[in-house]
Design a protein around this ligand. Structure first.
Ligand code: SF4
Length: 332
């Protein structure tokens, strides 16, 4: 429940609306895992609440730790489906990558998550519970600093629940992870990008671009047949950016497919005039994957060409690839 919904819910139980605030704070800010644990509320109020409500949780089924410190969590949902989240420590940051769907319907050919198709959308509670579960297991004094919505699923295909989860996660009475520290990554749903731009959410937006032409992008991202690069980049150009903010373009480099010097020049021409940075992600191979990781030399050459066109281009370190926790390697 958003705060306003919690207040209305409290009102419906015959309680004052400040009780709704308390409930919201206990559930999201204090991560109370049962109504009995909400000790800020009197016994009578807790009794009343238990008749009408429960606090949903997800169960940690397995946790794997990579040699680089990345941790992958496998969670079971209440209906038995499973999702993964990835915790990525990096110097002063502690980032959690969360999922928004069970599986994914976008079918990007370089991604393991998309292989089994979409099973279902996550509810906002299931998106938030990934954060609460991981945060709750951290040692005292450690807190998540950043959230990236880049796990299983296309978040903008589950727009309503994703937006609601972001509103709650960033609320000062909730987990209070500032919107500036939340990044949502999309495969390119142009109309929803426009809608997100019109919303009051002030999060960072990343676009999974991965190719310089429609012909190449159609081959690896079927969504491009629906929303061509012209439509996608049109939505990006119109996206309202606050001062000193920029879009991110993610570019998975696939050997021999989209990693040539000409591809880099084309990308530079395409993105000209968009305030952005480009994250280059050398492909993370998985068992049976049809693509190869490009050589370090071609990755560096790609970066240099973009830099020559005055773009900030970063080569993303692959984290957790040994436990299949890296980009495009998550599955149910
Ligand atoms: S890359 Fe993202 S959008 Fe594409 S199939 Fe994988 S999870 Fe879905």
């Amino acid at each position: 429940m958003r705060l306003i919904e919690a207040e209305a819910f409290a009102g419906g139980l015959g309680l004052e609306s400040y009780r709704g605030r308390q409930i919201f704070h206990q559930v999201y800010g204090k991560a109370a895992d049962s109504i009995d644990a909400m000790t800020e509320l009197s016994k009578e109020v807790r009794g009343l609440l238990s008749q009408k409500a429960y606090i949903s949780r997800i169960i940690e089924v397995k946790r794997q730790c990579s040699i680089d410190g990345t941790e992958k969590f496998l969670f079971a949902l209440e209906d038995g489906h499973r999702i993964e989240s990835v915790l990525i420590p990096d110097e002063d940051r502690l980032t959690l990558c969360i999922s928004t769907q069970v599986g994914c319907g976008m079918g990007c050919t370089f991604c393991l998550t998309g292989k089994g198709g979409l099973v279902r959308n996550l509810r906002s509670s299931e998106i938030i519970n990934q954060v609460l579960a991981v945060q709750g297991g951290l040692p005292d004094g450690r807190r998540l600093t950043n959230i990236v919505i880049m796990g299983m699923g296309e978040p903008l295909a589950n727009y309503r629940h994703t937006v609601k989860a972001i509103e709650i996660l960033s609320h000062p009475l909730g987990p209070a992870i500032g919107a500036r520290r939340i990044t949502l990554s999309t495969s390119g749903l142009a109309p929803q990008i426009k809608k997100l731009g019109e919303s009051s959410l002030n999060i960072n937006l990343a676009i999974s671009l991965n190719a310089p032409t429609d012909e190449q992008r159609n081959l690896i991202m079927p969504i491009n047949k629906k929303y061509s690069m012209a439509k996608l980049l049109g939505a990006c150009r119109e996206y309202p950016l606050k001062r000193r903010r920029m879009l991110s373009f993610e570019y998975v480099l696939l050997a021999g497919l989209n990693d040539s010097p000409e591809d880099a020049h084309r990308i530079a021409r395409l993105l000209k005039g968009i305030r952005c940075k480009i994250n280059l992600i050398p492909f993370n191979e998985f068992p049976g994957s049809p693509y190869k990781r490009p050589s370090e030399e071609s990755v560096l050459r790609f970066q240099e060409i973009l830099a020559g066109h005055h773009f900030s281009a970063f080569i993303r370190k692959s984290r957790g690839a040994d436990i299949l926790a890296a980009c495009g390697q998550l599955r149910e």
